[in-house]
Design a protein around this ligand. Structure first.
Ligand SMILES: N[C@@H](CCC(=O)N[C@@H](CS)C(=O)NCC(=O)O)C(=O)O
Length: 204
């Protein structure tokens, strides 16, 4: 299995989930500014959208979309904890949070974060929306240890990768104590530390 990624991008969610599931994907680094793969090849030849993450399975098939990749990786978890069984209420909860992170956080951050030409009014609107949604996440995390309940699931991997962008944009998490404590708890997980180190985002 190969994971095309960029350090600290949304691909970190899939990287974390893979490590939590005990998988060791081959990591292929992509420069998102040039859409070049480390070594110089054109990434647009791999993914015409130019986005990471992209997961290439051992049969050579290529797959995209964070929420879908997380479901696939979650289903490969031998302990089943990352994604509860199909049809269960617990899985329904995880899937709701994956969709929430994707549409209410990830894609609200994206235009602001990646495109310098974005107008100030748009940046502010994004910031206001993100602030509102981080508040919702904080309220959720005040009631349970993790995003979709007590256990760590792929929803935590996704939310962690995206919420991790907040300080880069000058958004302090201090106003949200439950969210701050959860970020620290997730960051301390051995699989998360390993993923951060592999992406050059943590020392060690
Ligand atoms: N819908 C895609 C979006 C992925 C995405 O936004 N990736 C960003 C990094 S977080 C990217 O590769 N941006 C590069 C670009 O816009 O060219 C998904 O959920 O996987």
């Amino acid at each position: 299995m190969k994971l095309y990624y960029a350090p600290g991008a949304c691909s970190l969610a899939v990287h974390i989930a893979a490590r939590e599931a005990g998988l060791s994907p081959e990591l292929v680094k992509v420069d998102l500014a040039t859409h070049r793969i480390e070594g110089g090849a054109d990434y647009l030849g791999v993914n015409p959208r130019g986005y990471v993450p992209l997961l290439e399975l051992d049969d050579g098939s290529r797959h995209t979309e964070v929420a879908a990749l997380l479901q696939h990786v979650g289903d490969l978890d031998p302990h089943g904890g990352l994604l509860p069984p199909a049809g269960s209420r617990a899985r329904f909860e995880v899937l709701q949070w994956l969709a929430f992170v994707s549409s209410e956080l990830h894609k609200v951050f994206s235009p602001w974060l990646w495109h310098k030409e974005t107008a100030e009014s748009t940046r502010q609107a994004c910031k206001d929306r993100i602030t509102l949604r981080l508040g919702e996440l904080d309220a959720r995390l005040a009631r349970s240890a993790h995003v979709a309940g007590e256990a760590f699931t792929v929803a935590d991997a996704y939310a962690f990768a995206i919420v991790n962008w907040a300080p880069m944009l000058g958004l302090s998490l201090k106003a949200w104590p439950a969210l701050t404590a959860w970020m620290q708890r997730v960051a301390a997980r051995p699989a998360v530390q390993a993923a951060l180190r592999a992406e050059g985002l943590a020392k060690g």
